[in-house]
Design a protein around this ligand. Sequence first.
Ligand SMILES: Cc1cc2nc3c(=O)[nH]c(=O)nc-3n(C[C@H](O)[C@H](O)[C@H](O)COP(=O)(O)O)c2cc1C
Length: 451
Amino acid sequence: MMIDHDDTQDRTARDILARLASRRSCRDFEDVEIPRPVLAEILADGIEAPSSCNHQNWHFIVVTDPERRRLARRISGGNHHFEQCSALVYLTFQKGWTHGNFSIVQSVAGACYHMMLSAHLRGYDCIWNAGIGDHAALREMLTLPPIYELQGALAIGKARPSAPAMKAPRRPAEEVVSWETFSRPAASIYPARPADDYPFFAISNTANPFAEWNPRNWTWDQIADFRGYAVWAKSPLAGVYVSRRQGEAQEAEHALIPAGQCGTVVEVMPWGGTSTVRLRERLPQADLHVAELSEGNISFIRERMRREMPDVPVPGFDLMVGPSLPYEAGSVDCVILPQVLEHMPDPEAVLAEVARVLAPGGTVIASIRNMESAYGTLWSDEESRAQIPNQGPFTPIPAATVRDWIAGHFDIEEEYGIGIEATSDATILTGDDAQTGRLYAIRGRLRPVCA
Ligand SMILES: Cc1cc2nc3c(=O)[nH]c(=O)nc-3n(C[C@H](O)[C@H](O)[C@H](O)COP(=O)(O)O)c2cc1C
């Protein structure tokens, strides 16, 4: 028997569902106070959520005191919004009941989302953070008894009028929903090292024996899919994704760009746009283009640049399909590959494409994470044992290999290593040491084709 009554025929229900769907995370709050009775109502809405065995073993600690929020921000590391927001709701539960199937964790999550929806319907904004910083320091701040576990925090406040008014892209339902049995498009199932079984507790963020870091074992479509959604782990705010580990290295990479470079300049796969911002500053007169694999990256970088450089024209954005660069042969003056060859399933094919699209005498500038360096050792011994980062899988490449690839199409004009240490420093290494730096940077000029 089919039930044809659908409450969503009701306009009110449809309107509410549409409003719920318009919720988006906010990481840029105004400093306003939400009245305590309103906060209490949001919390009360949250505890209408279902809970495993109805134990309701959750406990929510609402932090509004500005000093304590400042401390919460300090403990969290980079979460400015912990201080800006009006209230931080720490999500905790008592350990010892309904651990199986993560039921207690699922219960707290249900309550947290219910609070987000309540806050949203009341005109407030939220961000749910699992990354809250050092739990020991937070326990002390919150006077949390040892039998309670800390799961995350919900920041509630009022978005600044200038906060990005964009929601992170969603996968189409057909991709993440299948009927009766499992089926899913291949591009959205990511490679893992072959194994008979993948036991949940054999995997953690920092130690994942199944993580497939070699991009040659991913397809272009899988890489495009992963990077385009994962870049939205943060909001497209000014200054986002500036890496402390990278230090001053980006300046050194861009120093290879010929002074006064103009014409058409293409930056390939800059993911979150950190390097694009610096390029736009460095090359005000160039016709700058970004070639990316996913609309998710393109919309993120475009919005980020609108906020970070409101008075400067945003670059052109062009979608790459696999290794193909979307430009006519001989139409580009300079191509920049900022630490991306090591992210590609087929970097040799992309370099052939670079040679195709460059105009006679055009320039390529590539930098890579160098396997033959202190960083390469750190990557092999530690980093590559963790889960794949949001930028996508990568494997550092020996500088000598990249030099050979570049030399296959281009005359090498300049090359150097950047950084002696495994992270942070930007020492320039030349001569015999050029291939020993954390990064290897090289500039080549398209070799004239002999008639
Ligand atoms: C369990 C959970 C933990 C999250 N942790 C963080 C976090 O630590 N930091 C952060 O910036 N965003 C965090 N988020 C927010 C997600 O990045 C965000 O929900 C996602 O990108 C979708 O965007 P939307 O909420 O705007 O729809 C978390 C979300 C969930 C559900």
